[in-house]
Design a protein around this ligand. Structure first.
Ligand code: ZN
Length: 179
């Protein structure tokens, strides 16, 4: 097994800005710890970041302006800033695979397992999990490194990914301890 950690939409707009997700602040330190662990092990760290085109992208009509390409809101929060050797994929839809070169990147890195973290559990994380499942990747969703607008949304999405995509749902501690 070769795993990579995927950090989805830990951007200023979602953590502190126009589309703030309550509870996003709380997962920042845990993701930070998980990323330090992954880099230490030589495991690829890949960011999948919304980078929307103003006035064009369909999502903006549903959610309002957020993560507009090139703005502060579309940047990864300072505490989780990508480091040298990390990878950054820009996306315009919920799924990190849709219209991006993520699949090509993962294949070239020889990755077969994705460790999913970030926002929002039942939207971008779940849609990314679906696309990963279709492409044959194994999935580990880190339950305390993701969050949603409500606890119920979060729990339902974790259960859905477990049942429908065969994802393992683990805490950051369990992932790092290899449990
Ligand atoms: Zn978006």
């Amino acid at each position: 097994m070769k795993a990579a950690v995927l950090v989805i939409d830990m951007l200023n707009d979602f953590v502190k800005g126009s589309l703030k997700v309550a509870g996003a602040d709380e997962i920042v330190p845990r993701i930070r710890e998980l990323l330090a662990w992954a880099r230490e092990k030589g495991m690829p760290v890949i960011y999948a970041n919304d980078a929307h085109i103003r006035g064009v992208d369909a999502e903006l009509k549903l959610w309002g302006q957020h993560a507009i390409k090139g703005t502060w809101g579309a940047m990864v929060v300072e505490e989780l800033k990508p480091e040298e050797g990390d990878f950054v994929v820009k996306k315009r839809r919920y799924s990190a695979f849709f219209g991006t070169d993520l699949d090509l990147l993962l294949r070239e890195l020889g990755v077969d397992t994705l460790i999913l973290t970030g926002l929002v559990t039942n939207v971008c994380v779940q849609h990314t999990a679906a696309d990963a499942f279709y492409r044959g990747y194994k999935l580990i969703v880190v339950s305390d490194c993701c969050t949603a607008l409500t606890d119920e949304d979060h729990e339902m999405a974790l259960e859905y990914m477990r049942r429908v995509y065969g994802a393992e749902v683990k805490s950051a501690r369990e992932v790092m301890e290899g449990i």
